[in-house]
Design a protein around this ligand. Sequence first.
Ligand code: NAP
Length: 479
Amino acid sequence: MVSRVIPVDPFDLVIFGGTGDLAQRKILPALFRRFCAGQWPESARIIAAARSELSTDAFRKLVAESLRSYAPRRSGEVENLQGFLQRLDYVQLDALSTGGWDELAGKLTPDRVRAFYFSVGPSLFAPLAERIRAHALATKDTRIVVEKPFGHDLESARDLNATLAAHFYEGQIYRIDHYLGKETVQNLMAVRFGNMLFEPLWNSQYVDHIQITVAETVGVKGREDYYERAGAMRDMVQNHLMQLLCLIAMEPPAKFDPDAVRDEKLKVIRALDPVEPHHIVRGQFAAEADGSGYREVVGNPRSTTESYVALKAHISNWRWAGTPFYLRTGKQLVARSSVINVQFKDAPHSIFGEAAGRHANALSIRLQPNEGITLKVTIKEPGQGGMRLIDVPLDMSFAEALGPENQDPPDAYERLIMDVIRGNQTLFMRGDEVEAAWAWTDPIIAGWQARGDVPKPYDSGSTGPGDAELLMKRDGRHW
Ligand code: NAP
């Protein structure tokens, strides 16, 4: 089964911050792979912009080097490299001054899709929007792509939304959360709304609880300043985990269209109850492999920033009243794993008696690594006298099920950037969604500050603070 590549319309993509880490590690490799897949029209162009003095040739060399590291070659890609590099251009430009903007304007082609990717620090998002408008670079086919973090709290997110709205209409603003571009995350919707099997059971009558885990082995090196100001709540929960929660919990949209999907996600966020302080565990890793803990890494011996959060959330609506959602995420943990577990309730009555034990179905959706779905079902233990039951996994690894051509599905950025060019906002966050998410997380953070809360230490390479286990244990459950 080979996936079909649908070519996009001709485009000019301007990457502000084209020399930076994200552009070199994710955006340009993603564009290269779409180029190799034949999705680009002949005339499409990428123009990188940053303050560094670089010739276009020097920029192309930089990109060739990055692609060597971040886009390992597959067949056909070596021949494509020169073709890709020829489509790159570079403009020296400062987002905070007027120099370079006329040169950029001169490189843009009229009457085609024009996308401006803001791959720069968040303090430059508003100045860039203002300057694009001031230099008359925005056409009716213009889109802007805004990276995370989108604000630091509700107030700053509102300000940023208002600034962007002064220059662009909502249909032109693509707030990126790369989790939404992951194949398995989109598969959440396909599994829920493409099958008859799951949706009738997808409610508090049949689902005992839902767990969402995003565990990382990496620490915060290289992002110390940002992370110290953000912490796990702002860095991960407010965006990635809440987006996953929305896709798991939302009502079926009438169609797979941007506003229908985002309306349903917004309703979930607005139905979230405030979180009780004793339903949250904050942690901070105590020692990295080289012996230094979070506080040493960020150089703040009194830091109270959390590198781990676990919490229990409730959604007050007809579908989910009474079904808790447990969310957890952390850095420097024992394994890198993003997984959603839907734990169904026990069968109401066991005809096999006490000896058969208690069994319940569970659906695990693995986002990474080894994307796939496992359904835990109960069967008879073979060869035993009487009727003893055991649980076995019905396991579907997408890579195995879809065959060797699909071992390497498109990266999230590949999908999302092509959606920007196509003008499809379904997998991007709308302004009101982002604000609603901040409105839910702000009081949690304010509560920590008011109480002078100090995160619980946990060992690097562990599963997180012991209190996170207790959070579940108190409810008679476990992660
Ligand atoms: P970075 O490595 O520091 O790159 C910043 C880029 O912006 C550089 O190309 C820099 O080049 C350019 N720049 C800085 N000031 C500028 C100005 N005044 N005018 C024009 N260009 C300017 O940062 P990054 O890690 O790529 O992150 C970029 C954005 O993506 C941030 O908002 C970040 O939060 C977000 N993000 C990054 C990652 C990641 O993995 N890196 C992941 C998710 C989100 P010059 O210095 O030459 O101007």
